[in-house]
Design a protein. Structure first.
Lengths: 215, 687, 247
């Protein structure tokens, strides 16, 4: 769980960084998208790197979800009778919402892949397949819709929560927080990763919505 | 001198056997034959135990797994014995009433454990620890037992460290020591204020390791309710499964009682709620002698009672007396005042006043009694508590004296005091709601430990063959008073080192013929327990078990507490008899006997306390002298100091059950003379 | 003080339980929480109702026998055991809900009493140092660095009460296990069995049916002895090392 989670953190960090290319304009952004496909050439075939990454992510996802289901199931059998009253005093909201947050992110990923990768649905006109072959164009047209931006922002909130606890939790599970100081550091890392990544991701849709990024 | 030489051939006794002249308890007991410890060793004191270990027979390893040992209790003495005997390959069955062996009350010991390691090179030695222990016990312990205890003390530390007990350490990584309880050498090993907990967990873990290995079977939530004696030998117990209510027989080749002390006879004590005398008392009723039952240690520094709802008392480590000054207001009218408003001149630092050389560090019994007298005079502090008076009426009394850390805080700084006593002061604040940094603490003595217990010989075997008794449950090592940090030492010495070396001599005669479940003695024991349980369930009177226990406690505390006198003890005996009679006709136990029933459990314990309490009073009445934890008002010096009468009472009083006094029975007193060859009796003085 | 108590009553392990409501008057601020229940029980006995069964023994916060979920918090609102919780933490007129620890490996035996023998079995699996009586070397022959000894002591204060399990949304006993693994693993004497210990204890923990740890932290906040969350990290680290060693 921790290892696949850390892989995801690496992925979303890179992804977020790439997204920020949108601020450098249409050409740079499209170049970046195209470059991802050529990365590693000629050692790797066209889109080779991308596929390695995709396979890696799929494996990580399967592991991550399988672990989550196992833990969820164990937790449910470990406490078949619930408390009539239960307070939480020592935990963060993020730590208690990992499972629902994870589900939210999973549903979001499905839409996100339909939106930008697999089908390339343009929600503003319902066209699919991105006829202009411009990732930038699809991006702007998507986030020009306020409700699309809202969906993405909600998803980023869920991601931020998930990362906030997930970062700390993975370090703890890997046994890297054996003192009060290292634990505090891991907690801070959770905040930094959550804010930087969720915040970084949110910048692009928001900027499109308010018109900083436009066609 | 003839009697003396009888016990210790070839040695020169330093005292004559005593001859009792007074007979305060006449009419309450019968005098039986003198008792002799047939297993007492001879030879120079430092060789006695080594010789005995060699002379005691061995048990062939192949035979060990055919030998069944029952151990009742899982504290330091019982847990350590279960682990050690399990390791040796015997078949051990361990019983405790708690839900886990780890909860035995040894866990609550705070201060530390003594060991004659002499790591500080401050003049400590086995002989000095022996000397301090015999002297601290006011010359009422057997010298051979005490010397053996002192000898084993160093091994205990080695054993515990190897098990992972996290003792306090110095910066170099070596073990730290402190001096404790007014002793002038640093021989106390400690794990902050939780030494008992850490030692017990060590023994518990060692025992659980044997459970995993299959040599020990643990029966938790099981209470021993009867001893099975077949052909004069202890061969098993009857226990109640406290979850299902099933009454079970467990048969074995030998039975070990490590069931702790009976301080709860006073209702309020520092013992755990469940601590009881039942295992020992059932054995007593089956013929085992009860020795020195009146020797009770009353600890001076406990948190005072706040009201009638109080269920137990909490100890504050005695180490506080190193830094705290103890006082009460000089004027009765000041007792209600905020202590900060009472000027220094109006404070009576009574221990410093009466005992100028030892001051606040006088021994436990002296400090306790002095506090009692101050409160009796009406100069106590804290809430007023309704209390039974000697004449049977009730009166409101403040039971508390101040233990003031102000001087220490001013001298050492708040931080230093905090570091020294951190969790202790927090605990005080949690219980009382008052901060010791702002207000002087209030303390009052409370029953803490009993030196009395089942009589055992040098091999820790009672007068019933096959019944061994260890730890606080036996009477053997502390005499009339126990030194601080010695209870842990004795429990572990008995469990790890003494019992395993003595029990083998008894077991070497085995394997014994198996006892059949339908043997008349087994059937009788089982039937008597069932009958007793049915009796409790059928009385359906009007009073709760708890209320009887509380009433017994107040009788014991008033008449058989810190200051015992002939008239009071006689009153107490009459009151206890009446209370016991009422109990058996008017107690109310609800629920059923076939699942958890805490009132039923308690009813059995209180019934036994009601018999024990009477015996304690008779023992106290007979012993018209003051020694250690036993203070008879009639036997004091002109300055109010305890006065011993070695010529009359240098003996162990071993009592044989003679039937319920309400049915005309009387206990039988057997005296075991105490003869010293390695040490000379002296009268102590702390002025 | 006058209180309304809502208490879980259950006749035996197989019976169906329910919350019963009692009114209790005459509660003093200086009473401990358990003395308040004693008062209730005394009154129940007089009115002919069976008293409420609950566990307690030392009543000074060290034996770990007492439990109770009080208004949704293990051992109630203060950082201490139920026996050391006093009624001054409550107000006149309060309603207090009292439930047993809830976890599949801690079955309810009666009312508020649960069976925690699963903890003993976890210790049996490896929570010890194998040192037969009499085989110990001289105590000072193996120095233990003071900081490590201090850490070992701090976590060895665990009283095995089970509050960590009760508070954990996953029903995990990782804090309990981590405390023992850290205690023994910090000491030189604990090294020979260090890796097998963690593997065996975790195996037993899972076998008992405790939940998995997701590092939520409710355990550490409920712990009356303030065992920190880093013992779970230590457990994980030791487990990882053990697996690397092929155990």
């Amino acid at each position: 769980m921790a290892v696949s989670g850390l892989l995801f953190i690496g992925f979303v960090a890179g992804h977020m960084y790439g997204n920020l290319k949108a601020f450098s304009g249409e050409e740079k952004f499209n170049d970046y998208a195209h470059h991802l496909r050529e990365l590693g050439e000629p050692m790797l075939p066209y889109e080779g790197f991308l596929w390695i990454m995709r396979v890696g992510l799929i494996v990580a996802l399967v592991v991550h979800v399988a672990c989550a289901i196992a833990l969820w199931k164990r937790a449910a059998t470990a406490r078949p009778v619930k408390y009539a009253v239960k307070k939480n005093t020592g935990s963060t909201l993020s730590s208690r919402t990992m499972r629902w947050g994870g589900l939210t992110i999973l549903v979001f990923i499905v839409w996100h892949l339909l939106n930008f990768t697999i089908v390339k649905i343009n929600p503003s006109n319902g066209e699919t397949g991105d006829p202009d072959h411009s990732p930038y164009g699809l991006l702007v047209e998507t986030f020009d819709l306020w409700w699309m931006t809202l969906i993405y922002l909600v998803a980023m909130l869920a991601l931020g929560f998930h990362l906030h606890h997930g970062t700390f939790s993975s370090l703890q599970t890997l046994g890297l927080t054996n003192s009060a100081t290292s634990r505090a550091r891991a907690r801070t890392a959770g905040w930094v990763v959550a804010i930087v990544i969720a915040g970084g991701f949110s910048l692009v849709p928001l900027s499109v919505l308010v018109g900083i990024i436009e066609k | 001198m003839a009697a003396g030489t009888h016990y210790l051939p070839g040695l020169t006794p330093t005292n004559e056997p005593s001859v009792q002249k007074s007979d305060d308890a006449a009419g309450f007991y019968e005098l039986g034959e003198k008792l002799v410890d047939e297993k007492a060793p001879t030879g120079p004191i430092e060789e006695r135990w080594t010789t005995r270990k060699f002379e005691n027979r061995l048990v062939n390893p192949a035979n060990r797994r055919k030998l069944d040992i029952i151990i009742v209790g899982t504290g330091l003495a019982g847990g350590a014995a279960a682990a050690t005997l399990g390791e040796a390959g015997y078949n051990v069955k361990s019983f405790c009433y708690q839900d886990s062996p780890r909860r035995a009350h040894s866990i609550a010991a705070q201060g530390g454990i003594n060991a004659a390691k002499n790591y500080k090179e401050d003049g400590d030695s086995t002989y000095r620890l022996f000397y301090d222990t015999v002297k601290g016990g006011d010359y009422r312990a057997r010298e051979s037992n005490v010397y053996r205890l002192a000898e084993q003390s160093a091994n205990i530390i080695d054993q515990c460290v190897a098990q992972g007990v996290p003792f306090a350490r110095e910066y170099g990584g070596l073990l730290d020591n402190r001096s404790f309880g007014g002793v002038q050498v640093s021989r106390t090993f400690y794990a902050r204020g939780q030494t008992g907990q850490q030692l017990l967990l060590g023994a518990y873990q060692a025992m659980e390791r044997q459970v995993a290995a299959g040599t020990v079977e643990a029966f938790t939530r099981h209470e021993m309710l009867e001893l099975i004696v077949v052909d004069g030998k202890a061969r098993g117990i009857v226990a109640r499964d406290m979850v299902t209510g099933a009454i079970e027989t467990h048969l074995a080749d030998v039975v070990v009682l490590a069931s702790g002390g009976y301080g709860n006879v006073f209702y309020l004590s520092t013992n755990a709620m469940g601590s009881n005398v039942t295992a020992a008392w059932r054995a007593h009723r089956k013929g085992a002698y009860m020795a020195n039952p009146c020797y009770t240690q009353i600890h001076p520094t406990c948190i005072p009672v706040t009201g009638s709802h109080q269920s137990k008392l909490t100890l504050m480590s005695e180490s506080l007396r190193n830094d705290g000054r103890i006082w009460v207001p000089k004027k009765v009218e000041d007792c209600e005042k905020d202590p900060r408003e009472i000027p220094e001149a109006d404070r009576d630092f009574f221990l410093e006043r009466i005992y100028p050389s030892f001051g606040n560090l006088v021994p436990r019994d002296i400090a306790s009694r002095a506090a009692k007298y101050m409160c009796d005079e009406g100069r106590g502090v804290g809430p007023e508590i309704e209390e039974l008076q000697p004449d049977g009426t009730t009166k409101k009394v403040r039971r508390g004296v101040y233990l003031d850390l102000t001087d220490a805080i001013n001298r050492l700084g708040k931080e230093a005091v905090e570091e020294k006593y951190d969790n202790l002061l927090d605990m005080y604040e949690r219980i009382t709601g008052e901060s010791p940094y702002e207000l002087p603490m209030r303390i009052y003595p409370a029953v803490h430990y009993v030196m009395g217990g089942l009589w055992v010989d040098y091999e820790l075997q009672s007068n019933i063959p096959g019944l061994f008794v260890t730890g606080e449950a036996n009477f053997s090592d502390h005499g009339a008073n126990r030194l601080g940090a010695s209870a842990l030492m004795q429990g572990l010495a008995d469990g790890y080192f003494v019992l395993p070396n003595t029990i083998r001599d008894y077991l070497a005669d085995g394997p014994f013929e198996k006892v059949a479940e339908d043997h008349p003695a087994v059937v009788e024991a089982l039937a008597s327990v069932t009958e007793r349980v049915d009796k409790f369930m059928s009385i359906q009177g009007t009073r709760s078990v708890e209320s009887y226990h509380k009433e017994l406690g107040s009788i014991m505390w008033e008449y058989c507490g810190m200051d015992r006198r002939e008239e009071g003890l006689k009153t107490a005996i009459a009151k206890i008899r009446a209370l016991r009679e009422d109990f058996w006709t008017n107690v109310k136990v609800l629920g059923s006997a076939d699942n958890i029933n805490q009132d039923l459990e308690k009813a059995g314990r209180v019934a036994d306390f009601l018999e024990l309490g009477e015996l304690m009073c008779i023992d106290a009445l007979n012993r018209r002298e003051s020694c250690g934890g036993h203070f008879r008002g009639e036997s004091q010096t002109e300055d109010g100091e305890a006065l011993r009468h070695d010529d009359e009472f240098a003996y162990v009083a071993a009592w044989e059950w003679g039937g319920d006094s309400n049915d005309g029975g009387q206990p039988v007193l057997h005296k075991e003379d105490l003869i010293y060859t390695a040490i000379e009796m002296k009268q102590r003085s702390y002025k | 003080m006058k209180l309304t108590l809502k208490i879980w009553r259950q006749e035996n392990p197989t019976a169906t339980g329910a919350i019963h409501t009692y009114e209790l008057d005459g509660v003093a601020k200086d009473m401990s929480f358990l003395e308040m229940l004693d008062l209730l029980n005394e009154q129940l006995v007089l009115t002919g109702e069976e008293p409420v069964a609950f566990d307690s023994d030392c009543r000074e916060g060290i034996c770990g026998m007492c439990s109770l979920m009080i208004n949704g918090e293990a051992h109630g609102p203060e950082v201490t055991t139920t026996c050391q919780l006093h009624m001054r933490s409550f107000n006149d007129g309060d309603t207090i809900t009292i439930e047993p620890w809830r976890a599949e490996p801690f079955p309810v035996l009666k009312d508020l009493v649960v069976d925690r023998s699963a903890f003993d079995r976890i210790i049996q699996a490896g929570g010890y140092i194998s040192a037969n009586t009499g085989s110990a070397p001289e105590a000072n022959s193996v120095p233990a660095p003071r900081d490590k000894a201090m850490r070992a002591f701090n976590v060895a204060t665990c009283i095995g009460c089970g509050a960590c399990v009760a508070a954990c949304p996953n029903g995990s006993a990782s804090l309990f296990m981590g405390a023992k693994i850290t205690h023994l693993g910090e000491l030189p004497q604990g090294q020979p069995e260090r890796w097998s210990r963690v593997v065996d204890m975790v195996g037993q923990h899972d076998h008992e049916g405790f939940g998995g740890c997701t590092n939520i932290g409710e355990c550490a906040s409920a712990c009356p002895k303030e065992i920190p969350l880093d013992v779970i990290s230590q457990l994980n680290k030791d487990l990882r090392t053990a697996m690397k060693n092929g155990l």
